[in-house]
Design a protein around this ligand. Structure first.
Ligand SMILES: [Zn+2]
Length: 275
């Protein structure tokens, strides 16, 4: 796919056009991804490929004449949990948070107050949460935390246990890659990658990677291959269904960000008169 024309890129515009977007009270979307190991069956770019694929699919769901644009993706994110594997690029948490906040401040400086942080990598979620709060507190912006991994999946598309445990390189990501970029999937290495989380769940533990109480983990703690989930459940048909579903949710998120009443972002808390 030629991404040059596929999305309304911020970087394709001129200052005057950005000014028009601000006058139109536009929504800016910042794609947040990762360049990190996804086992031997998927490329390092998996999260970036999925983010851009979902955005392209969402575009066709958006209502006509919506004022919006897409910022250059933050390709590298917070991937500390994958640093034991060659190829993973990672920012530190401090740099990742500062990068998102500083890009948000640049958007605000251009006069745009609606920002959707569209994230395709679980390890970035904490950064998304903190950046959204900081930009709200400091710049009085609407900053949407849109982690597609937290969107409700299509009903019964993937077994519930696979959704709980197959959080990296499993059926979900592999299926979407088979739809979006099949030439990048090494099909001969697809396998069922068992997770430590399944063992802990079977043992009835409260303390699990994604349980009621979790713990900090590195990818190799969950499976020595660094991936978890049953990638053999993936096929391109499932991938197309997942992409359509998540893209429709993303389009709703962007439209609701455009419609959100910014006066709800109050300038001050209550003022108490001195007694
Ligand atoms: Zn991923």
């Amino acid at each position: 796919m030629n991404f040059d024309d596929a999305l309304p890129w911020w970087q394709a515009l001129t200052p005057r056009q950005i000014g028009q977007l601000a006058a139109d009270d536009a929504v800016a979307v910042l794609p947040l991804a990762a360049i990190e190991q996804h086992g031997e069956h998927l490329p390092l770019s998996t999260d970036l490929d999925i983010a851009l694929g979902l955005l392209c699919a969402a575009r066709s769901c958006l209502r006509a004449n919506l004022a919006w644009c897409v910022l250059p993706p933050l390709c590298v994110g917070l991937s500390l949990e994958h640093t034991a594997f060659p190829g993973t690029l990672s920012l530190t948490p401090e740099t990742a948070l500062a990068s998102v906040v500083e890009l948000g401040e640049s958007v605000r400086r251009a006069g745009i107050r609606r920002l959707v942080l569209f994230n395709s990598h679980g390890g970035n979620s904490a950064i998304v949460d903190l950046a959204a709060l900081k930009l709200r507190a400091d710049r009085r912006m609407l900053v949407v935390r849109a982690n597609y991994l937290r969107f409700a999946p299509p009903p019964e598309a993937i077994p519930a246990a696979e959704l709980r445990h197959g959080i990296h390189g499993g059926a979900l990501e592999t299926a979407m890659m088979l739809h979006l970029a099949p030439h990048k999937v090494r099909r001969q290495t697809l396998a069922n990658f068992h997770s430590l989380g399944e063992d802990l769940e079977m043992a009835g533990r409260v303390l699990r990677p994604g349980g009621q109480a979790g713990f900090g983990w590195m990818a190799q703690d969950l499976n020595p291959a660094g991936v978890v989930g049953n990638a053999t459940l993936a096929d391109a048909t499932l991938g197309a269904r997942l992409v359509d579903h998540f893209a429709a949710t993303l389009a709703l998120v962007i439209e609701e960000a455009a419609d959100f009443d910014l006066s709800a972002l109050a300038e001050h808390g209550p003022r108490w008169e001195p007694c």
